[in-house]
Design a protein around this ligand. Structure first.
Ligand code: GLY
Ligand code: MN
Ligand code: MN
Length: 430
């Protein structure tokens, strides 16, 4: 088991308390791990299996088709599918930790004769749902939100894994800094980063590693190419590390040789936006306010650099700032790169031109990324509609002289503490 029994009991108690707010005594919640997904046309090929994070968090298991059940009268029960001889042949024998109650014994518990209402969470198989007395979509959503709210609070075992992942990522970034020079390709940086973190113990990467040199740094999710890095390029690397499904999500921007004055100004601006936001993080602060803090610092800087000609307030209110800062300030992170927070945000509002996927008030032990950015995105700055829409706000002639510089994003993973915040990834040098 990755987590000890005390850790799991604490999680189960916390989740039970939240679920009890809406469950009747006979109701049954099922948190399902899910099954491997077949590749299209792939015969017996599947994508790499990952358990549904809610199941994994509450059970500590990664077992295919595992189900944790909960009712207020019977507490938590843990059903797993015994390994088949086929699995033992192809994948090796069953680890002892995979043994729970036999999944075959779950079927009678779910029969309609029992009259109980069933809340299916996680990744239930269609066969499991078929013809059952299933809670309505809205009731199920309410249960899901409560379970996610419980698991959003990171416990010490989770923080320890994330800190380990941060140390692994640090090794990868050190490798990048050691080999980064004109002549190397974006793709080679990715290969070297990923090899180094694997050597350091990573289980994998939590998302496709992003490397963008020069103008490619303005592609938010740039796929590393065979582009050769030039003398004058800045290089954006957004690369994480994963360990037992826990991860870090980090972005750094380095110079191929030395930043020129414009690159340095852009870098300093984003760095100060990030520092300002991190300094204000604390329980109770609205996530949209965190976005606002970074957007205001960036708008202020762009005004001083002559790129914004309206007032800072007008650049924010009109959403002109989103031409340069076209994404939200961050997201919850930890158990996978997009942790909880999306399902309860059913009607995301735009803040200064961008829709925030997560829009809630911070609480102690939330883990969030803070990743402001400022870019010269060719597709945005060359769009005639955008140019005329923001003609009174943006100094387009000046913007044109910055074309090709790329962009800067700086991203760290921050644990909210009782009275502030702790940066878990600042060990990766900026
Ligand atoms: N690594 C992708 C992101 O920051 O959202
Ligand atoms: Mn991120
Ligand atoms: Mn990232």
């Amino acid at each position: 088991m990755i987590f000890n029994s005390n850790t799991l009991r604490n999680r189960q108690d916390r989740a039970a308390a939240r679920l009890n707010e809406i469950l009747a005594p006979s109701d049954l919640v099922l948190v399902c791990a899910g099954s491997p997904i077949q590749k299209p046309g792939g015969l017996d090929q599947t994508y790499s299996y990952i358990p549904h994070p809610s199941y994994y968090w509450i059970s500590g298991r990664r077992r295919v088709e595992g189900v944790m059940t909960y009712s207020s009268s019977e507490g938590w029960k843990d059903y797993t599918k015994p390994h088949s001889p086929e699995e033992s042949l192809w994948e090796g024998s069953q680890p002892e930790s995979d043994a729970g109650l036999d999944l075959a014994d779950l079927a009678p518990v779910l029969s309609n004769d029992s009259g109980r209402k069933l809340y299916f969470l996680g990744q239930p198989s269609p066969a499991l749902l078929n013809g059952k007395n299933v809670a309505s979509a809205e009731e199920t959503l309410q249960a899901q939100i409560r379970l996610e709210q419980a698991r959003r609070i990171k416990d010490p075992a989770e923080v320890a894994l994330i800190e380990q992942a941060a140390h692994i990522a640090k090794r990868g970034y050190e490798r990048i800094q050691a080999i980064l020079k004109p002549g190397i390709t974006e793709k080679n940086l990715r290969i070297e980063y990923e090899a180094e973190i694997q050597r350091a113990g990573a289980h994998g990467v939590p998302y496709d590693t992003i490397v963008g040199a020069g103008s490619n740094a303005a592609i938010l999710h740039a796929i590393p190419t065979s582009r050769v890095i030039k003398d004058q390029d800045l290089v954006l690397i957004d690369a994480g590390a994963e360990l037992y499904d826990y991860c870090v999500d980090i972005t750094r921007v380095y110079a191929a040789t030395k930043f020129n004055s414009r690159q340095q100004a852009l870098y300093n601006l984003v760095k100060s936006a990030q520092a300002e936001a991190i300094s204000q993080l604390r329980p109770g602060l609205a996530w949209s306010a965190v976005h606002g803090i970074t957007a205001r610092v960036i708008a202020n800087g762009l005004k001083q650099m002559g790129l914004i000609k309206s007032s800072v307030d007008a650049a924010l209110e009109s959403a002109a700032i989103s031409v340069f800062y076209p994404h939200g300030v961050g997201h919850l992170v930890g158990l996978r790169v997009r942790d909880t927070g999306h399902v309860e945000n059913r009607n995301p509002q735009k803040h200064y031109g961008v829709r925030l996927r997560v829009d809630l008030n911070l609480e102690e032990n939330y883990l969030v990324t803070v990743e402001p950015g400022c870019y010269f995105v060719e597709a945005l700055i060359s769009d005639e509609k955008i140019r005329s829409q923001y003609a009174d706000f943006i100094e387009w002639r000046e913007v044109d002289s910055w074309r090709g510089i790329g962009g800067v994003r700086i991203e760290d993973d921050i644990l909210i503490t009782r009275d502030g915040a702790r940066n878990l990834t600042d060990i990766v040098s900026k």
